[in-house]
Design a protein around this ligand. Sequence first.
Ligand code: GLU
Length: 386
Amino acid sequence: MKGISARARRLPPSTTLKMTQMAREMRAQGKDVISLSIGEPDFRTPQAIIDAGKKALDEGLTHYAPSLGIPELREEIARKMREENKVDVSADNILVTVAKHGIFMASQSIVQHTDEVVLPDPGWVSYSAISIFSGAKRVDLASREEEGFIPTEEDIKEAVNEKTKLFVINTPTNPTGAMYPRKTLKIIADLAEDYDFYVLSDEIYEKLVYRGKHVSIASLGNMHERTVTLNGFSKAYAMTGWRIGWLSGPEDIIQVINKLQQQTITCVPPFIQKAALTALRECAPEIEKMRKEFNRRRIAAIGKIGEMTVMDALKPHGAFYIFPRYHADVNSFDLAEYLLRDYGVAVTPGGAFGVSGEGYIRISYANSMGNIMEGLNRIEKGIGSL
Ligand code: GLU
């Protein structure tokens, strides 16, 4: 047996999904487990979206769709990007895809083994896994709690050079909830021109902002010529299981990525695209309701953590995560396992988000207020008894 490829061997499992699966299995065994691990809204998908999906199924939209996406959805996304994000695009710049697969396809299309990719550290678990798969050299750009988890100008400059091909940003940020100010985005944009690299901007948490304003890097100067923006329906519209999002970028890159889409998943199912169209057209009030509820939980959870001695946390301004530093001499992976096993609460170990995340845990407040409060009680007790 010759075995699997070296790059497949190097690929780590997704810690966010692993922790959630462990919690699921414990629950199936009858154990009382609260999951504050995964970033998944606990709300139902708004009814209008479900109805639109059902209607499309009844109308027979159960065959292939165009690989780039159905024209009316691409038009609607382009309109949204122009009006809300101030990015100069048309439907030709849009590819409808599964959001996470979009990150994979964009990275594989832009970088190869001779290139360098700059990744946020701490940053979402799959950026590093995906870049490992491309064979490119990964450069971790640290952000520190003292700086509000925003990378400094000095560190950004240090991270790039002639070999930099792709710079990944994610604002609002998973796992810290930080939001990159315009100033930071401008620094990255200027360097992108100087060193001629692309930016992959993951804006999946765009609608979950509690303070300040989200800025799309593609709206700055000529950045739309070198930025691929990722967005999707999972987080804002409580549509994680529908698996739909989009890439917006320069037409030539979108065409290349479309080839990869054709050769892999073909297209996003058409009835799901119809449902997403309704989400964009009709569901602004519902998503605002969810955002308000997330905000209420954020304030309550931060308040509660503030009263604890076992950990402390910066107030996040976006997404639905809190990233507290804990006060115990144990690594974050062991701590997460111990909290789940002995205290029935799942969190994501900070170390899974990169070396700068070690010493932290990620708590998702995309759960009911009752579960968040009880989960925090368990974390407090667990860390307190170490
Ligand atoms: N992005 C979410 C998280 O960080 C969902 C799981 C995943 O795709 O990693 O929890």
